[in-house]
Design a protein around this ligand. Structure first.
Ligand code: BEZ
Length: 236
């Protein structure tokens, strides 16, 4: 079978995150069961001892406290073995200085997946890109174990970490306030209110009769939620 026709399975948005028990650099984990009640970013990287991955791991570890404030745990995966993971993370801590980051200790678990069982379950092996390495996948999983966002990057491109944080903030804000977030939304920007359930409500909104709601048309209404209000709700 050629690359284009090889079936790739992947959990989709709204699916229950596929379960697994596995060895990591922080001991065994039972996923997603032991993360119940937390948000999780499950992410893959192509290989240990490679430069883009090193820059990403340093950044993830550096930002881990920011993710913690958002009740979000990090879990990494590559198809390398445990001893490679341990040696690479030790090298990062002891030797690598990059963009002001140094002495960086990766405290979140890094899964060993030499059989590629989990990588395949999560659609992280994309044969057109590589049949032997995971692409840079990001699965955001909510406290009930449901996949809420999926992002893939190719081997050559390091992830945008502002976006990783923004995704978590946007999902949590949408859940907390029952709103949606527009393009490029950041905490403090206007949010989108759900479409009115009846013509009367839509007309009131259009006529400016719903306090705090601005309508650009009947299907597109926004309101302000301050950054303080957002952060008060979503920060631990
Ligand atoms: C990297 O992390 O630098 C990398 C890994 C695999 C393929 C290409 C780049």
């Amino acid at each position: 079978m050629d690359n284009e026709n090889q079936a790739v399975t992947l959990p989709r948005i709204g699916d229950k995150a596929p379960a697994f028990k596995v060895v990591t650099t922080q001991g065994e984990i039972d996923f997603p069961k032991q993360y119940e009640g937390h948000w999780v970013i499950l992410f893959s990287h192509p290989a240990d001892f490679t430069p883009v991955c090193t820059s990403e791991f340093m950044t993830f570890a550096h930002l881990e406290p920011e993710f913690e404030k958002l009740n979000t745990k990090l879990v990494g995966l590559s198809v390398d073995g445990l001893y490679s993971h341990i040696a690479w993370l030790r090298t990062i801590k002891e030797k690598i200085e990059y963009r002001g980051m140094k002495n960086i200790e990766v405290k979140f678990p890094l899964i060993e997946d030499i059989t590629m069982e989990i990588a395949k379950k999560y659609g992280m092996i994309q044969p057109g890109e590589s049949g032997t390495k995971a692409v840079r996948a990001v699965f955001v999983i909510d406290p009930k174990g449901i996949v809420r966002t999926v992002i893939y990057y190719p081997l050559s491109m390091g992830r945008n970490f502002d976006e990783m944080l923004r995704v978590i903030q946007a999902l949590q804000t949408a859940d907390a306030f029952n709103i949606a977030t527009p393009a490029d939304w950041r905490p403090g920007d206007d949010v989108i209110v759900p479409t009115a359930g009846s013509c009367g409500v839509a007309k009131d909104r259009m006529d400016g009769k719903q306090e705090g709601v601005t309508c650009h048309d009947w299907f597109f209404c926004t309101k302000k939620i301050s950054k303080d209000e957002v952060m008060k709700k979503i920060l631990k």
